[in-house]
Structure formats: structure tokens, C-alpha cells
Design a protein around this ligand. Structure first.
Ligand code: FMN
Length: 115
């Protein structure tokens, strides 16, 4: 699937408030949208992630599993591996948080070869 490179931007911190911090890079591909299981490369390291291609804000966000360092300014590569669902507008933060938690479970299942 597609691979995107970029420098991690300052985010809105909304993801952190939701309990799912994300790294954000600019997205200039109009042909990708929704939620994906993804692999994120930072230097020599690789992380599993739940990624969200947001066409409204033109950003590619990724929540790295089991990782919490600040990557602002780093060059990263985000490789989208499998689409999990379409992006959706949620009524409030509680249902959004539940949807992201479900996405993270799906990503773990994908990497465990269960999905
Ligand atoms: C894996 C993942 C999936 C997400 N899916 C959605 C989604 O479907 N709809 C949405 O509005 N925000 C989703 N978000 C939340 C966004 O990261 C972000 O907090 C939100 O879009 C910002 O909304 P705002 O433009 O109102 O600030 C998701 C985040 C992650 C990490």
C-alpha cells in the first residue's frame, strides 16, 4: 500500500486529550482517507500504529502503539498496510474515544495476523 514521508508537525493535542496521542504529517494525496493499520519508521526504529488519513485537514495522523515520546520535528515514514474503516463524524468525545480504542484493537489483531 502507500507510503508517506514527512516531518512531524505540532498537533492540536486533541488526540492526547482523548487518550490517544498522535504524530501528524501533512497529507497531499487526495486519494487516501480513513483509518489504517500502519507501520511508522523513525530513524532505525519501527512502530505499529493506527493511522487516520484526514482529508478535511489534509493531515496523516498516527497513534503509535506502546509509545509515548515526543517526535515533533522528526522525519518519519508512515506505511499504510490495511484499511480498517472509513473516517466518520462522531457526536461526542466519548464515542470517538471508543471508536479509536476499537481501531487500536483491530490494529493489534492485524499485527497478530488475526485480521
Ligand atoms: C486511529 C484514529 C482514528 C480516528 N478516527 C477519527 C474519525 O473517524 N473521525 C474523527 O472526527 N476523528 C477521528 N480521530 C481523531 C482525530 O485524531 C482528531 O482528534 C480529530 O479529528 C480532530 O477533530 P477536530 O478537527 O474537531 O479538532 C481518530 C484518531 C485516531 C488516532
Amino acid at each position: 500500500m502507500q507510503t508517506y514521508k514527512g516531518i512531524v508537525q505540532k498537533g492540536s493535542k486533541r488526540g492526547t486529550a482523548l487518550g490517544f496521542p498522535t504524530i501528524n504529517i501533512p497529507l497531499d494525496d487526495a486519494n487516501v482517507s480513513g483509518i489504517y493499520a500502519a507501520r511508522v519508521k523513525v530513524g532505525e526504529e519501527e512502530y505499529e500504529a493506527a493511522a487516520y488519513a484526514d482529508q478535511k485537514r489534509k493531515v496523516l495522523e498516527a497513534h503509535l502503539l506502546d509509545f509515548s515520546r515526543d517526535l515533533y520535528g522528526w522525519n518519519v515514514t508512515i506505511e499504510l498496510l490495511k484499511k480498517i474503516r472509513e473516517a466518520k463524524k462522531f457526536g461526542n468525545d466519548k464515542v470517538l474515544r471508543e471508536a479509536i480504542a476499537h481501531d487500536v484493537t483491530s490494529v493489534r489483531e492485524y499485527f497478530a495476523h488475526l485480521l
